[in-house]
Design a protein around this ligand. Structure first.
Ligand code: COA
Length: 238
């Protein structure tokens, strides 16, 4: 187990558990968490023992309530922020991980909380989960990939409605929009995520990773290009 300041990183057998651990601030995503998450994602990508990642929030109330608003006003200038993003492109890293990632979502899943969930492949939500993108109300836009990942999952029209209106969704509506794969009782959330992760971890990791890449990379291709990608990935497995 690695204990960072804002994240607990645990490896159990072939699973990696990432727990956002600032429950006093509803696991709000701050600069320290960004730096630690970057390290954790690198570990998941590079550690051959890790087959599946499971992301969760500590405490009873939230997966993550978005960017830390107390740092908001002291943020670096846009130029400095852009330079930092260039040097350490955490969201591209997140989305490039070829291993399956599961998000176990409870309580508040706001702003970068949703965006982190959207970087994962399978989203399980507990009945108490609440989803929202408050960025436009704060005079900003999502900057953790959400403007691109959300419409790819739920379609442009619904993504626009949710982002522009700032309206929050409960777990059942999130399920009906396919924002989450499944809704489970709060008590069963982590056990269900673990059960799924263990099931996937039993399969051949190369087949799993190729299957993920075929779908994720294929989403950005034409059908013809996607079929070529599938053919190449299938051949490279043999
Ligand atoms: N950044 C920093 N701290 C946050 C936070 C955030 N995004 N969200 C919650 N917190 C802190 C609160 O400041 C509070 O700290 P305190 O106990 O030291 O005062 C603690 O977490 C509990 O939050 P609180 O607001 O008291 O809980 P609540 O149940 O009344 O409201 C929310 C919960 C989620 C509705 C409310 O906290 C909220 O609107 N948070 C901001 C969400 C947001 O806009 N995120 C940014 C997206 S870009």
């Amino acid at each position: 187990m690695s204990n960072f300041e804002t994240i607990i990183y645990q490896k159990k057998d072939s699973l990696a558990y990432v727990t956002f651990n600032r429950p006093h601030a509803l696991n709000a995503y701050n600069i320290k968490m960004r730096d630690e998450l970057y390290q954790v994602l690198g570990a998941i990508r590079d550690d051959p023992e890790v087959r599946v990642g499971v992301f969760q929030g500590a405490g009873a109330r939230a997966f993550c309530a978005g960017a830390d608003l107390s740092e908001f006003l002291s943020a670096p200038s846009p130029v400095v922020a852009r330079q930092a993003r260039w040097e350490r492109d955490i969201w591209r890293l997140f989305l490039s991980i070829a291993k399956p990632l599961i998000a176990a979502l409870h309580g508040y899943v706001l702003g970068s909380g949703i965006e982190i969930a959207l970087c994962c492949d399978i989203r399980l939500a507990s009945e108490d989960a609440q989803f929202g993108l408050p960025e436009p109300a704060l005079g900003i836009i999502p900057a953790a990939g959400g403007s691109q990942t959300l419409p790819r999952i739920i379609g442009g029209a619904k993504a626009l409605e949710i982002l522009l209106s700032g309206r929050w969704l409960g777990a059942e509506e999130a399920l009906s929009l396919k924002l989450v794969n499944r809704v489970v009782p709060r008590k069963k959330l982590i056990a269900e995520a673990e059960r799924l992760a263990k099931r996937i971890a039993r399969f051949d990791p190369a087949a799993v990773s190729h299957a993920k890449q075929a779908i994720i990379r294929g989403l950005d291709l034409s059908l013809g290009e996607g079929l070529e990608l599938e053919g190449r990935l299938a051949a490279s497995l043999l």
